[in-house]
Design a binder for this molecule. Structure first.
Ligand code: C2E
Ligand code: CA
Ligand code: CA
Length: 695
């Protein structure tokens, strides 16, 4: 029962007040009326007696005379006079010898109040008066008897009483209502308003709202009550805020490390738990890194306690800054920190974070104007591969860190050895790739492209090769994403472009002017604002006609930022080079962007060319792509053509060009020229190439 609405009507103070006042007033009204009635009864009673005696006194003398004379007529006459009075029922003169000298009588007064009035006044009252002679001896010779019927008096009395009681009650009710109204105006209504205000107060912050003092009650008990309540509310608020601050402080103390202000072990465990729950639902991977400072114990022994704490604070600051919002960091205890990296796709992302954390500590720390070098070792576990619960994962990360420390310092190690080796190899390969260009390990090979209408080779796609000094040839599918990740693709891609242009220039010089060169352009290169400028420069440098160069971009590389890619491609297109959409069908294949982008050609991905014409599904896809090409006025080239059946089918369906092992595997520049020479595609002119582009 929290509000007035919830209150049962009978429970309301106003109703109780009304009931009490009414009841008291009624009782009091009835009591007072009864007293009045009682007094009236008493007076009426006395009045009956008084009147009877007056009557007796009035007729005493004539009645005495009649009795003295034994004059019955006279007696009768005297008594008749009494009958004038309504209340006289019987009057008689009785002689000493008990004989009646005279009697008058009238019937009883028929009254409906009789029952009650008889009870109060008795039905009949008899009065006697002795009759004496006037002589000095005063001899009694008879008696005057008067019988009074009280019903007349009783009737009047009862009627009066009813009026008295009735008006008494009415008066009392009126008074009660008046009192109730006064009470409710002065008390209940202001109280209700106060309750209304009280219930609108926010229990979280009771001091924000004060109760208003009801008007006109500033200096009475109500005003005092409100002021006291307001003081109480303010005080509750104050203490509540103190308590909240204290709670928050305790919470901080229990969740965060007092020194570095990083989350403590318990909080980290909770956090890992939360991450695990989320990751399970979304099938994501998490890396847990345990970073321990190398030789911190011996450092601790060398410097005093304060310095050691100072170092820990500085280390944690650097780690926190390095991590930013990429991961979640906390202090496990002493010189150990835990870092949670959620939503990772590849273990090497964790390796990279570990590497960058280790690197952060490379710079020496300046403590008390002394330079201190501190290194760290990181152990890494992966969810769900290495474990599915917090304790296992943390334990394994710590174990991996200890294992790593036992081998050497300042490094990271994965809990699972195979991942560790894999990542290490990958990292080494990345470093090797970084130097591949200057070590001249990169080269270009060329794959012919065949035109079905002309039945001849019309160009080549330049494909990059990396000949690793130890590992031999490494697939571009492996190293291109690596180069994109490390951004080495920028110098490498530029090298490819320049060499392809140079090679094409050479072929043109050698008499193959109708040859066209396709070069793959990575998403990263496409983000470079100066790419169009660079292409124009290279075309000019190697005297390559713009339409002899074709750039291949994939759907995935333009989809990341459609607007920016559109502008870049339009800039490239404005130079006059051709644009091909590579691996068509494997990405988003949204027709929307085909319309907006200045492509000249789409390349059907080799996965759709497989098993043609036997694979019905692929037949349908190829037909659809050719149709799209027609509608958007784009040439269509099929990749991965390996058999004559595939060629026949593709040509029949309307593909203009094909590329694949059927026409030639990837060849060196020299072998490529030998191949096309052997097929009789010796030389041509620019006109041919343009015509070819327009097919
Ligand atoms: P891509 O652009 O789709 O290149 C075609 C790939 O299919 C080449 O693999 C080629 O050797 C292979 N291929 C050609 N014909 C056939 C065939 O008939 N059957 C089969 N099964 N495969 C065929 P490669 O040379 O290993 O290149 C792989 C990917 O590496 C390329 O796919 C391209 O995305 C990328 N790449 C290669 N060179 C460069 C480059 O210079 N720059 C950039 N950004 N990416 C490159
Ligand atoms: Ca390509
Ligand atoms: Ca392709």
């Amino acid at each position: 029962m929290d509000t007035q609405k919830d209150m049962h009507c009978a429970e309301k103070l106003s109703i109780k007040l009304l009931k009490a006042v009414l009841l008291c007033a009624c009782i009091l009204g009835v009591l007072l009326s009864l007293v009045q009635v009682f007094l009236d009864a008493h007076l009426s009673n006395a009045d009956i007696d008084r009147k009877a005696r007056e009557m007796l006194a009035m007729i005493h003398d004539p009645a005495s005379r009649a009795a003295y004379r034994h004059d019955s007529d006279m007696g009768q006459e005297v008594l008749n006079g009494l009958l004038e009075m309504k209340s006289v029922q019987v009057a008689s003169i009785r002689m000493n010898d008990s004989s009646m000298l005279a009697v008058v009588k009238r019937p009883f007064f028929a009254s409906r109040y009789r029952l009650l009035s008889d009870y109060i006044f008795d039905p009949i009252r008899i009065y006697r008066q002795p009759l004496y002679s006037n002589e000095p001896g005063k001899i009694q010779f008879g008696e005057l008897i008067l019988s009074i019927d009280t019903a007349h008096k009783g009737k009047a009395f009862i009627q009066r009483s009813v009026v008295v009681v009735f008006t008494g009650i009415i008066r009392a009710i009126a008074m009660a209502l008046l009192m109730y109204m006064i009470y409710s105006t002065l008390l209940t209504r202001p109280l209700n308003r106060l309750i209304h205000h009280l219930s609108s107060i926010d229990p979280e912050e009771p001091g924000l709202q004060q109760l208003p003092v009801p008007e006109g009650n500033e200096n009475n008990e109500l005003g005092l009550w409100v002021r006291t309540a307001n003081k109480l509310l303010t005080s509750i608020n104050y203490h509540q805020s103190l308590r909240q601050k204290a709670e928050a402080h305790i919470m901080r103390l229990s969740q965060y490390d007092y020194l570095t202000r990083l989350p403590n072990r318990r909080t980290i465990q909770n956090k890992i738990n939360t991450f695990i729950h989320k990751a399970k639902k979304k099938h994501e991977n998490i890396a847990i890194l345990c970073l321990g400072l190398d030789d911190f114990k011996s450092l601790n022994a060398q410097v005093n306690f304060n310095v050691a704490e100072h170092i820990l604070v500085k280390v944690s600051d650097r780690l926190r800054n390095c991590i930013g919002n990429k991961a979640y960091i906390g202090r496990l205890g002493e010189d150990q920190f835990a870092i949670i990296q959620s939503k990772i796709e590849q273990p090497y992302e964790a390796a990279e974070l570990a590497q960058s954390l280790i690197k952060q500590l490379d710079r020496p720390f300046e403590i008390n104007s002394e330079q201190l070098t501190i290194s760290a070792t990181v152990g890494i576990t992966l969810f769900p591969d290495d474990g599915e619960d917090v304790d296992t994962l943390l334990q394994q990360a710590e174990f991996a860190m200890i294992m790593a420390k036992s081998r050497s310092h300042n490094r990271y190690q994965f809990y699972v050895a195979t991942i560790d080796t894999e990542i290490r190899q990958r990292k080494r390969l990345e470093m090797d790739l970084h130097r591949a260009l200057e070590n001249r390990e990169l080269s270009l090979v060329f794959q012919p492209q065949f035109n079905y209408q002309k039945r001849q080779m019309v160009g080549a796609e330049a494909l990059l090769r990396w000949n690793h000094p130890e590992k031999g040839l490494i697939s571009p599918d492996m190293f291109i994403p690596m180069a994109e990740h490390s951004l080495d693709i920028i110098p490498i891609g530029d090298w490819v472009l320049e060499n392809a242009c140079q090679q094409l220039h050479q072929w043109h010089l050698d008499g193959f002017q109708n040859l066209r060169m396709s070069v793959n352009l990575s998403a990263i290169q496409l983000q470079d604002d100066k790419i169009a400028e660079r292409i124009a420069f290279l075309l000019n440098k190697y005297q390559v006609p713009p339409d002899a160069l074709e750039l291949e971009v994939t759907e995935t590389s333009i989809i990341k930022d459609l607007e920016a890619s559109k502008i870049q491609l339009q800039n490239i297109k404005s130079i006059g080079v051709g644009l091909a959409l590579d691996d068509f069908g494997t990405g988003y294949s949204s027709l929307g962007y085909l319309k907006q982008f200045p492509f000249d050609k789409i390349k059907i991905d080799k996965s759709f060319v497989e098993d043609l014409p036997y694979n019905r599904e692929n037949c349908g896809i190829v037909e659809a792509i050719v149709q799209i090409g027609k509608s958007f006025d784009l040439k269509v080239l099929a990749e991965g053509v390996e058999t004559v059946e595939q060629e026949t089918y593709l040509a029949k369906k309307g593909c203009q060009e094909g590329q694949g092992y059927f026409y030639g595997k990837t060849l060196s520049a020299h072998d490529f020229i030998s191949l096309i020479s052997s097929q009789g595609v010796l030389s041509g002119n620019t006109q041919d190439r343009q015509g070819d582009n327009n097919v």
